[in-house]
Design a protein around this ligand. Structure first.
Ligand code: S3P
Length: 168
């Protein structure tokens, strides 16, 4: 399938970049979190608090597994890579880019964007991001075809790097 799939930590810019890629190449925009929220008629925060993270992860798997799209840019929730099944499915559904950022970069971007993210309800944002990134780095690498570093780069530079790879 000729989809473009963006994975990475919360705050890595998956959604913004996906929209821009869609605008440029005319692909459809798909955001797994938004689809889950709309299917459940509930925010991610409410799903986590009322039904728990495991339930949310099962919804992520069901959605990814049943997603039959082409010519789409798929922006995924940051934890989509946690299961090995999801990592394999991701790679089978398109070209997967891991937007890789340091804790410092993510922390800066997320400092006023934590309210709708249940895993970031903490007074120790940096420590939480360090813990998540430590647990997840290898999983992101395992789930992707290409790694794009986002540290100290403008959106335009990141997009150019993605387009260069796509045109290879
Ligand atoms: C999560 C990331 C969120 C959302 C949920 C869990 C995670 O998506 O799926 O809050 O485990 O990293 P974004 O990466 O789009 O914020």
């Amino acid at each position: 399938m000729n989809n473009i799939i963006l994975i990475g930590m919360m705050g890595s810019g998956k959604s913004t970049l996906s929209h821009l890629i869609c605008d440029k190449i005319g692909y459809d925009f798909i955001d797994t979190d938004s689809i889950i929220e709309s299917n459940e008629a509930m925010s991610i925060t409410d799903i986590f608090s009322s039904k728990g993270e495991a339930y949310f992860r099962s919804l992520e798997f069901d959605l990814l597994n049943s997603l039959e799209v082409s010519s789409a840019v798929i922006s995924t929730g940051g934890g989509m890579i946690l299961s090995s099944a999801n990592r394999e499915i991701l790679k089978s559904k398109g070209t997967v880019f891991y937007l890789s950022g340091s804790v410092e970069t993510l922390c800066k971007r997320l400092s006023n964007q934590t309210s709708n993210r249940p895993l970031l309800q903490t007074n120790a944002l940096k420590k939480q991001l360090e813990d998540l990134l430590r647990k997840r780095s290898d999983l992101y690498l395992d789930a992707c075809h290409h790694v794009i570093s986002i540290d100290n780069k403008s959106i335009d530079t990141i997009l150019s790097e993605i387009y260069a790879i796509l045109s290879e």
